[in-house]
Design a protein. Structure first.
Length: 99
C-alpha cells in the first residue's frame, strides 16, 4: 500500500487535463491505508458474499445456465465437478469469516 500516496498525487495532477471520460478502476479488500482524498472522489461499490453455506451454494450454482450442461458430452461428470467446486468455494467463503 506504499504506492497509494503516489497514486493520489498522480490523480491530482491529472484532474485538470484529463479527458472527461477518463476513469481509474481500483479493486481492493477493505483497508485503512487508502488515502482519504481517493475515497472522497470515488464511487464505492461493495459485493458482500451471501451469508450461509446454502445461500452461497445457490448463488454459485445458479451462475451456470442450461447451455453449459447441454454442451458437455459427460453431463453427469460435469455436474458433479461443478457442484464440488461450488461447494468448495462456498465453504472457503464461510470459513474466511473465522480467520
Amino acid at each position: 500500500a506504499a504506492w497509494l500516496p503516489k497514486l493520489e498525487k498522480k490523480l491530482e495532477s491529472l484532474e485538470d487535463g484529463a479527458h472527461p471520460d477518463f476513469r481509474v478502476f481500483l479493486s481492493a479488500m477493505p483497508q485503512n491505508v487508502v488515502p482519504v482524498p481517493i475515497l472522497q472522489k470515488s464511487i464505492k461499490l461493495t459485493n458482500e458474499p451471501p451469508t450461509g453455506l446454502k445461500a452461497n451454494m445457490l448463488i454459485n450454482y445458479s451462475l451456470f445456465d442450461q447451455s453449459i450442461w447441454e454442451s458437455s458430452s459427460k453431463q453427469g461428470e460435469l455436474k458433479s465437478i461443478i457442484f464440488a467446486l461450488c461447494f468448495f468455494h462456498s465453504v472457503v467463503c464461510e470459513r474466511r469469516k473465522f480467520g
